[in-house]
Design a protein around this ligand. Structure first.
Ligand code: HDE
Length: 700
């Protein structure tokens, strides 16, 4: 278990950590057990006895092992870490963890998918939750965000409708963890406020390569309040240090079968390997007097503030450096609540946010079985907790005070209220009639969807069109397909036509609204940092006769940069190298697949490549990696396997290349020793994917 740093939260958790080492088996009452494999019975073949307290206790506890899964975000993975502020926000907030650069604040983060059940696959098309609990000295602050900066609906009262639409259909409970079905898209066509979020959901953001390569957003506009009581609007952003990168759609579906735990495993392995995921916290700050200066309402959660209008100011860094010891105790029982704020951070009247303030505590009462869930170790603040709450299911504390009320004189008036540093709600003046009406300032549902579309690179647009076609193509009702296309025609005419053509809907004749032409480059993943290979996985395909020196040299170039190199052969064990030595096989090819790697390398060695060329798994491996736009590398005879895999139309190193690498569309090849192959191949892997590659001719 890697523990990248001790802090006060870890020390607190130590009190509850247990280990079986050196211990004998006991009942829950501490009675040593003589036999846990045979129940107490009358004779060897007779009935079991009710007095077998160990049997009854063991079965009863087992029967009660499950708690309700989260109604949304049921599938998730968590990790501990810490946060440090680098650029203090003292002018804006009294939240100490955002002001004091000497502080290290422990955190627990849970990443999740939204629609699927606890056992669903990681790589489905979905929003990802990104919830962070900061254990600050002023109490817990929970930033319960997503990896997309907007939401499907504007008012929380629509949340049950939305979730019922996206969840499996009520009669059949089909489909699991999929948005591609009639009820979701019926909801969308009748609720055009969803359109901006649907653009994000149909983009590659919905299929992240790794939780360490995903942005996070607080979504709502919050409020910071400084020592003088001055408020500032704020949007919270997490930016992954490794850049924001995604999988290919076809790949995600295959991974769903090959390794449904793909993102969970990736997070776990990164932390165990010491390649700790890191995120920069950023804020967009808007002075209170600028509230109405935008062309949209700051309280509308279907809108972003474009980064070009209000830059994201980096203020701190979070590192995730410790895996949980027990999934249930920590990741399953962690309870996030958007209402957990510390002095200096406050809410706004965003109607989605307001409804959330009710929902999280309510859901935790049912999920965790009573009001004492904040006493569960992972949920406990490191700040002291003293109040007059008493009793309830699973009360862990033995509170010796005679008085459980305020005011009291019997406990010296304690715990006292209103001390220094108490939370004081921002005193916003609000005045109005009680009405049920959506503000007129919330009525523009298309222009930011258009902004998103305009900001995409051509390949991102292709992926979006493909996603709409896939999802709508799964809808049985033609009128739903037509309804969505009609909305897309408000976003962008070309988009609507391209989608319509793929799903048997008449393309709209002309645009409803002219595209405003504005874009925001920060929205495109084409502009994400792509310099590091940390945590990337490279498959090296080998057979007897492989050039082991090439495996060692290229492999070394990756491992020293924090990447993971795995040697795959038809069978596990060792292969004989051309020079007489042995190369250890990491995994047998039939147990793996190209979709579980970021890149593939075929080293030279005539006999090795001849064998691989006869192996359908190996040939398919290369072809599929190519089709998924991954970096593909080959040395010397290894280039023959690329040819065998049908990679025509790519320029390879010729016989006279003289050692230096030839790079074409992310395919890196070289012949002869002494060249720059390793460095160029590292660059090709760091670039993540070569999305503009011409690949439709390769069958995979
Ligand atoms: Fe949540 N959401 N949500 N949500 N949400 C839950 O709380 C809810 C919304 C988010 O890893 C639930 O403890 C309502 C937006 C995350 O444990 C529940 C509304 C955003 C997680 C709930 C929203 C989120 C949840 C289910 C509309 C991004 C997982 C279990 C008013 C800013 C936290 C639970 C974890 C979980 C309600 C909308 C993010 C039912 C009513 C917007 C990351 O309380």
């Amino acid at each position: 278990m890697v523990d990248g740093g001790r802090d006060e939260k870890q020390e607190q958790l130590d009190r509850w950590r247990v280990s079986p080492e050196g211990a004998g088996l006991t009942t829950d009452q501490g009675i040593p057990v003589d036999d846990t494999d045979n129940s107490l019975s009358v004779g060897e073949r007779g009935p079991s006895l009710l007095e077998d307290f160990h049997l009854r206790e063991k079965i009863t506890h087992f029967d009660h092992e499950r708690i309700p899964e989260r109604v949304v975000h049921a599938r998730g993975s968590g990790a501990y870490g810490h946060f440090r502020v680098t650029d203090p926000l003292t002018d804006y907030t009294t939240a100490e963890f955002l002001c004091d650069t000497s502080l290290t604040t422990p955190v627990f983060v849970r990443f999740s998918t939204v629609a699927g059940s606890r056992g669903s696959a990681d790589t489905v098309r979905d929003v990802r939750g990104f919830a962070t609990k900061f254990y600050t000295r002023q109490g817990n602050f929970d930033l319960v965000g997503n990896n997309m900066p907007v939401f499907f609906i504007q008012d929380g009262i629509k949340f049950p409708d939305f979730v019922h639409a996206v969840k499996p259909e009520p009669a059949s409970e089909i489909p699991q963890a999929q948005s591609a079905h009639d009820t979701l898209w019926d909801f969308v066509q009748l609720q055009p406020e969803t359109m901006h979020m649907m653009m994000w959901l149909m983009s590659d953001r919905a299929i992240p390569r790794s939780y360490a390569m995903m942005q996070g957003f607080g979504v709502h506009t919050f409020r910071l309040v400084n020592a003088e009581g001055r408020p500032t609007f704020v949007k919270f952003h997490w930016k992954p240090v490794l850049g924001t990168h995604s999988l290919a759609w076809d790949e995600t579906q295959k991974i769903g079968g090959k390794d449904p735990d793909f993102n969970r495993r990736d997070l776990w392995d990164r932390i165990e390997a010491g390649a700790f995921p890191e995120f920069e916290l950023g804020v967009q700050l808007v002075p209170a007097e600028d509230e109405h200066k935008f062309g949209f309402d700051l309280l509308d959660p279907t809108k972003i503030i474009p980064e070009e209008e209000v830059p994201v100011r980096p203020v701190g860094r979070m590192t995730l450096n410790r895996n949980p010891d027990n999934f249930f105790a920590e990741t399953e029982q962690v309870a996030f609540h958007i209402g957990n704020v510390v002095p200096g951070i406050d809410f706004t009247n965003d109607p989605l946010l307001q409804a959330r303030l009710f929902s999280y505590l309510d859901t935790q009462l049912i999920r965790l079985g009573g009001p004492n869930f904040p006493q569960i170790p992972v949920n406990r603040p490191v700040a002291p907790v003293r109040n007059h709450h008493r009793d309830g299911y699973h009360q862990m504390e033995i509170n010796g005070a005679r008085s459980a009320y305020h005011k009291n004189s019997l406990s010296g008036g304690c715990p006292a209220v209103g001390g220094e540093g108490s939370f004081t709600h921002y005193q916003e003046r609000v005045d109005g009639a009680k009405i049920r009406k959506r503000s007129d300032s919330f009525q523009d549902h298309y222009s930011q969807a258009t902004l998103f579309w305009n900001s995409m690179a051509d390949w991102e647009k292709e992926h979006i069109v493909g996603a709409f076609r896939f999802e709508l193509g799964k809808c049985e009702q033609k009128q739903i397909r037509e309804g969505v296309v009609a909305h897309l025609n408000h976003v962008d005419h070309d988009l609507a036509v391209a989608v319509a053509k793929g799903i048997g809907v008449d393309p709209p004749g002309e645009a409803v609204i002219a595209n405003h032409g504005r874009s925001s480059p920060a929205l495109s993943q084409a502009n994400a940092p792509a310099e590091s290979v940390q945590g990337r996985k490279i498959a090296v395909l080998v057979a007897d006769g492989v050039d082991s020196a090439a495996v060692a040299a290229v492999g070394g170039a990756f491992t020293e940069r924090g990447a993971i190199v795995e040697v795959l052969a038809a069978e596990d064990g060792f292969v004989q190298a051309a020079n007489g030595g042995q190369v250890e096989v990491t995994k047998a090819m039939p147990t793996m697949a190209s979709v579980l790697y970021d890149a593939v390398l075929v080293p030279g060695g005539e006999a090795s490549v001849r064998t691989l060329a006869e192996n359908g798994d190996a040939v398919h491996f290369v072809a599929e990696a190519f089709v998924h736009c991954k970096a593909v590398g080959a040395l010397d005879e290894g280039i023959g396997l690329l040819e065998r895999a049908g990679l025509t139309g790519v320029r390879f190193a010729g016989e006279s290349a003289g050692g230096d690498a030839v790079v074409d569309q992310g395919v890196v090849t070289a012949r002869g020793p002494g060249g720059d192959f390793a460095a160029r191949f590292v660059d090709a892997v760091a670039a993540h994917r070569h999305w503009t590659r011409k690949k439709s001719h390769v069958p995979a």
